[in-house]
Unconditional design. Structure first.
Length: 128
């Protein structure tokens, strides 16, 4: 069975791989103005997911840790938006985008679940 530390590290690695896959996909976008703008926003939001998770490791408090995870969740949701926009523009084969959208949604679901768990655990500790 994996320890909590190993689970968190595996999750961070998954977010890192997601960022890499988004960056690699953007390299195949046409070199036109609309794609430049979307690419900039997409890369920022996709890489922010993992970056905030790594920052959470150095959080000064549980509240700070939850804040970093909340920012990661917002970035994952924003990434879904930019990927969906690209899919509708039909600049990349939809199956490539759909895989990334699915991963962004899964990361967001895990982050949301983690945030809820951390908040519930904080409330329980406050009552003890």
């Amino acid at each position: 069975m994996m320890s909590n530390k190993n689970i968190k590290q595996t999750f961070i690695e998954r977010a890192f791989d997601f960022s890499l896959n988004v960056i690699k996909m953007t390299d195949y976008l046409p070199k036109i103005r609309s794609c430049w703008v979307i690419t900039d926003q997409l890369i920022r939001s996709a890489t922010s997911v993992g970056a905030n998770m790594v920052e959470a490791k150095a959080a000064s408090s549980k509240k700070d840790y939850i804040n970093f995870y909340t920012h990661a969740l917002k970035s994952a949701n924003e990434t879904v938006y930019w990927l969906s926009l690209l899919r509708e523009l039909q600049k990349v084969p939809p199956e490539k985008i759909d895989i990334l959208i699915l991963e962004a949604k899964e990361l967001a679901n895990i982050l949301a679940s983690s945030i809820i768990t951390m908040k519930l655990n904080s409330k329980i500790k406050d009552k003890i």
